[in-house]
Design a protein around this ligand. Structure first.
Ligand code: GS8
Length: 213
């Protein structure tokens, strides 16, 4: 049976998992769910992800949800160096910056992307106040990133890791939004993002998005 990923590729948390699979060149089956038809809330899907969210992931008899946990599983299984597990100090730094991505970066960036990209696409009205509040929060986070990335090339150190890769999906959408020049004020963040954009895994996952992106 092997690996199966459930959820639309253009959904950022699904894209995080797909990026990891592409990074390690794993074989997998992609099961696109139709959000509009509510397939992510079906009783079958609820057995895979009890929160009725995507992604859901299966590897033979193992079922997982939560995109960052799935990502770690894939990288461990495929013995990727993106977790730096051969060095406990480096892997601790990967953990720190993965938590930073999840707890500091993701909340404001995802709120902005929802308002600027997903809501308009679904016919909803953008709420400028939400955008402005979260831009302020994101700018404060980016100041910390700028300081960090002026000390080392990637977030966890001078090596690329899952901590960097995990930023790609929402940042990709941020760069499709009216805030695509946000990183101009943070030259080290901008250089880091331009470096990440060169990863072939991104093109492979974006090729799975439907036409609207
Ligand atoms: C978040 C999953 C999530 O919010 C993770 O996997 O990292 N912490 C979890 N999924 C959204 C789509 S964004 O990719 C989702 O499924 N939304 C539909 C819903 O909540 O009904």
């Amino acid at each position: 049976m092997g690996i199966k990923v459930y959820g639309p590729a253009e959904s950022p948390n699904v894209a995080r998992v797909l990026l990891c699979l592409e990074e390690v060149e794993a074989k997998y089956e992609y099961v696109r769910l139709d959000f509009a038809a509510g397939e992510h809330k079906s009783s079958e899907q609820l057995t895979r992800n009890p929160f009725g969210q995507v992604p859901a992931f299966q590897d033979d008899d193992l079922m997982l949800f939560e995109s960052r946990a799935i990502s770690r599983y894939i990288l461990r299984k495929c013995k990727s160096d993106l977790l730096r597990e051969g060095n406990f100090k480096e892997s601790a730094m990967v953990d720190v910056w993965l938590d930073v991505e999840s707890n500091q970066y993701n909340p404001p960036v995802s709120s902005i992307v929802i308002e600027e990209i997903f809501k308009p696409f679904l016919g909803g009205a953008r709420e400028p106040e939400i955008v402005n509040t979260n831009l302020e929060k994101l700018e404060k986070v980016l100041e910390v990133y700028e300081a960090r990335l002026s000390q080392c090339k990637y977030l966890a150190g001078d090596f690329i890791s899952l901590a960097d890769i995990s930023h790609i999906p929402f940042t990709y959408y941020l760069m499709l939004s009216p805030h695509d020049s946000l990183f101009d004020s943070y030259p080290h963040v901008k250089a880091w993002w331009e470096d990440l954009l060169r990863r072939p895994s991104i093109g492979k996952v974006v090729a799975m998005f439907p036409g609207f992106m």
